[in-house]
Unconditional design. Sequence first.
Length: 278
Amino acid sequence: MNGIGYKIKKTVLYILLILLSVVCMFPFLLMIVNATRSGSEIMKSFTLIPSVYLKENWATVFKYFNLFLGMWNSLKVAVPSTLLCAYFSAMTAYALAMYKFKGNKVLFMTILIFMMIPGQLGLIGFYNLCTKLHLVNSYIPLIIPAIASPGTVFFLRQYVLSVMPPSLIEAARIDGASELYTFHRIAIPIMSPGIATMSIMGFIGGWNAYLLPMIILNKNEKFTLPVMMATLRASTDITANQGAIYLAVAISVIPILLVFAFFSKYIISSISAGAVKE
């Protein structure tokens, strides 16, 4: 009976997981189908059957902006900002978790406070600063601020405390390893699942960034993909361009899906490691 009950529970669990997967995949399927339909078809009815307007929608997208240029510009922002965020946040989190110094808790509480402050509050001052430094129409203001990421620091600090024993760091010091050597050769490999997880989130944030690039950039050839896509959504033919909008969104999601597919094992190992109790 116990064996039969276990099989029934397992079957029910699999069915629920399949249903959940279908629910999660449905918006992507609808987006792909609508990318092949005309605006009038989308407005009139709902269907999961692809239509024949993919070529026309593709031409409409390139009528308003260069899709591949937008993707390249977004990559130039997302990749460097992700690398900077991952490295410096990992270093900060490691220091907060492993070094016991005066003011450690105060500094950590300050980071928590900054997590609660909306970034939009400083946009005017940030733009004025960029204007004085002649950084308008530059990607530097979109990349450098990624070094200071309170949310990433908080997550990685908690992750370090859960997976890295202080005795391991002490043993490296006793063996004569420098602090930087210990961080790069011992701490980073242990932190890699957490770093990979937050890097994925950082890449998605940099790829999808809209408000700050819209404010800092005013040259069409420098626009990132979300800003370019906004020109299509704001066009006078927005109803007729519904299919083109869906097509642009579907293509813009591809890099994010690839990143998730490639690094999903790191996310799973990060969650599993955080659940382990000594």
